[in-house]
Ligand binder design. Structure first.
Ligand SMILES: Nc1ncnc2c1ncn2[C@@H]1O[C@H](COP(=O)(O)OP(=O)(O)O)[C@@H](O)[C@H]1O
Ligand SMILES: [Mg+2]
Length: 213
């Protein structure tokens, strides 16, 4: 399949260019597995599935982190009831939930949680990169990335520059959602990121399934 890196188009005009460089996690971070949770559409349950997966992995005794890559619509801190990151000089430290899940989200850095983030795409993608390079995650067995909806700047940056081991795609049963979600699946194929699972959310799941502690 034809693979189009962001700046590869330059080849058409005779420019020498290559794929963007891979980024490395900051500080003493050692992260065994990175899994991105994606969907084409918003509101289908990505953040709920991310949280549920994190809680499940934690219950199994793994060291788990969540990088909230949904910069303009962060919902992970509220789901876990965390408000601020611990004060630190130098690299940022993630907040830690009651059950020991490490969390980094833009909302943990804002003065008030309802402050809007009015940034253009590349700045937003830059913030996500910094959550990977400038946060001291420590040692983790799993880092889950809660992605924003769609196939825009952030998913592209994440798939090109962060070593994602696989993606989990979330959809709701409606035709419209399934159609848009297929775009995310195809994007993962084009970027050669393995699709680990498809998760169809039915609104009849018991509440405890999607309300983590
Ligand atoms: N299984 C479910 N059953 C009922 N409501 C759900 C379920 N999963 C998520 N929701 C609700 O749907 C809304 C969107 O979920 P969320 O996980 O924030 O989606 P996304 O991250 O894709 O935007 C939330 O209000 C959430 O509480
Ligand atoms: Mg979300």
């Amino acid at each position: 399949m034809f693979k189009l890196w962001g700046n590869e188009r330059g080849h058409l005009w005779g420019e020498k260019c290559s794929a963007p460089p891979k980024l490395y996690p900051g500080g003493q971070s050692k992260i065994a597995r990175v899994i991105a949770v994606m969907s084409g559409k918003g509101g289908v349950g990505k953040s709920s599935v991310t949280s549920l997966m994190a809680v499940n992995l934690r219950k199994l005794g793994y060291r788990v982190g969540i990088l909230d890559a949904d910069i303009t619509g962060p919902s992970i801190p509220k789901m876990f009831g965390v408000k601020r990151v611990p004060p630190n000089q130098g690299l940022l430290l993630p907040a830690i939930s009651q059950k020991g899940i490490k969390i980094m989200s833009l909302n943990l850095l804002l003065e008030s949680e309802d402050e809007p983030v009015i940034w253009r795409g590349p700045i937003i993608a830059g913030a996500v990169k910094q959550f990977w390079t400038d946060v001291n995650w420590g040692e983790l067995d799993y880092l889950l990335l809660d992605m924003p909806p769609g196939t825009g700047d952030v998913p592209l940056t994440v798939m090109q520059q962060i070593p994602v081991d696989g993606i989990v795609v979330v959809t709701s049963p409606q035709d419209l959602a399934v159609m848009v979600v297929k775009k995310a699946v195809r994007m993962a194929g084009i970027m050669e990121t393995p699709l680990l699972d498809m998760c169809k959310i039915w609104p009849t799941l018991p509440a405890k399934m999607w309300r983590p502690s």
